[in-house]
Design a protein around this ligand. Sequence first.
Ligand SMILES: [Zn+2]
Length: 110
Amino acid sequence: MSEAFIVTHDCPMPCLEVVFAKCKATERVFAVCTSCGCAWFEPQHETWAPGNLGNCVIDPKEYAPKGFVVASHSEIRKAGFESLIIEVQDGEKWAEDFDWYSNKFCVSPA
Ligand SMILES: [Zn+2]
């Protein structure tokens, strides 16, 4: 079974989960909320307090120009974010969500 790794249940927009993702173009690991589309490249510095978007990147074409996939545990560890994981969820569900989001907002022409 594949797994997805949750950073917080409370996206500050506010939405729900923020999940670790990997940019297909750069392989950089970041945190993303596919409800509002916000992404964070330095999740270790975020408070996730309601309304505090922190250092957030809003444009999906900027943070993942070729879309993004669910980041694996080893990729998250390599990025130094392992200690930020608060929960493990079903990776299939998030893979589908990320695919849909990537095709709709990252890859397709505006
Ligand atoms: Zn959100």
